[in-house]
Write a protein that binds this ligand. Sequence first.
Ligand SMILES: Cc1cc2nc3c(=O)[nH]c(=O)nc-3n(C[C@H](O)[C@H](O)[C@H](O)COP(=O)(O)O)c2cc1C
Length: 443
Amino acid sequence: MHAASADSPERQQILPQEPAALAALGGAGARLGMPRRPIGPHGPFRRAALWVEARQRPAGPNAPSLGEALERPTSRERILALARWAPSGDNTQPWRFEMAGDSGIVVHGFDTRDRCVYDLDGHASQLSIGALLETIGLAASGERQRASCTRRSGLPDTMPTFDIMLEPDPGGCPSPLIAFIPRRSVQRRPMATRPLAAEEKKALEAAVGPAYGVLWIEGLSARLQAARLMFANAKIRLTTPEAYRVHREIIEWNAGFSADRVPDRAVGLDFLSLRLMCIAMKSWRRVQFFNRFLAGTWLPRLELDWLPSLACAAHFALLSQSEPTTVDDYVEAGRALQRFWLTATRLGLSLQPEMTPLIFSRYVRQARAFTSVAAAWRQAEMGERRLRRLLGNEAAPRTVFMGRIGAGPTPVWRSLRRPLAELVIRRAASLPARTPPPSGGGS
Ligand SMILES: Cc1cc2nc3c(=O)[nH]c(=O)nc-3n(C[C@H](O)[C@H](O)[C@H](O)COP(=O)(O)O)c2cc1C
């Protein structure tokens, strides 16, 4: 790792260069210099698909940008404008910012347990909030500042709130991860199967810090085992009304970019499957019809779960030393996951979280009835056993985050973020309601 100088490309990425980061997303596969294979993430088929996607990308005044540049941003605004690129489940962005005094920030976190079957215990949101806090610290280092962070006591778990104090740190070095904050993005399409190099694994293991370990699931037979788990798990997502309601809320249709949801083109389906899904998802009755008479779960499960589970270098599990239970445990884990993900981006590796098997297994362990569909509960129980076989009885409950990783092109289509002006609130009273906010804060 090297320290970036004040004018290094890393530092220049902080805010006004956001559109440049967007440009860097397009056609990235071509630059990777990977061997050409007919099938796979770098073969001619995938390149042709990327070309078609690039042609479909909106251009001109309506083209989206990675975020509006503020006219004369203060360093605090620059820090927040960069930090809002932290990942969150379904791009919910479960945070709002309040400016406190001259150099303080209050981060008002919330969760989506009242409307999201993947967040019934708030842990997915807490992981995201941890990723945000870590990103604030990294962004602050780019401003030669240090961010000290304290969680407010006495508030319910549904409102994790943090007081952040920014202090000058003239001797500090900007983090080398800064440049990768806006570039990091989830890749839901196939990746290269080239095994990770020893140095890559070493850098990723170092990134999570001494409090966490990384379990690697590598080799064809282990990836096959992961693929079976993901394929079976996806049936729960596609056959329960609780998950349907979430997907209907969080997918933005006919979109390559979305500021507050996941654009349909980033979901990982080909054009035809996407059209079918769009038609089916108009109502729960349609979904049930597709599932019963048209084998509706097979195509998406093959394309979104089975194939990508095989088309990657490895699956990984981030392990904490003991089973996480508190808000602080999950916030801390979120910090580690963001360092892991940014380091992967820095190494030119793509990543996709695979959180739903972990979440449903936790619900099974907690006996939390997350669905009205009895068959789905039985599938979740089976999934919990499969997960323990894959990760080990001892490691499975300590897993805070899971995903797949591998070399490959950066995604063309991606989630953007809400503008900073929308994320900054005047008082906690202006926090999004606990029902889906009209333009406020949703795997
Ligand atoms: C805690 C957490 C859980 C997530 N779970 C999943 C998941 O199970 N599957 C998936 O494809 N993406 C998952 N994501 C990725 C988010 O959907 C993604 O980060 C978000 O839509 C923003 O997009 P970006 O990462 O491309 O900026 C997860 C992200 C976080 C932080």
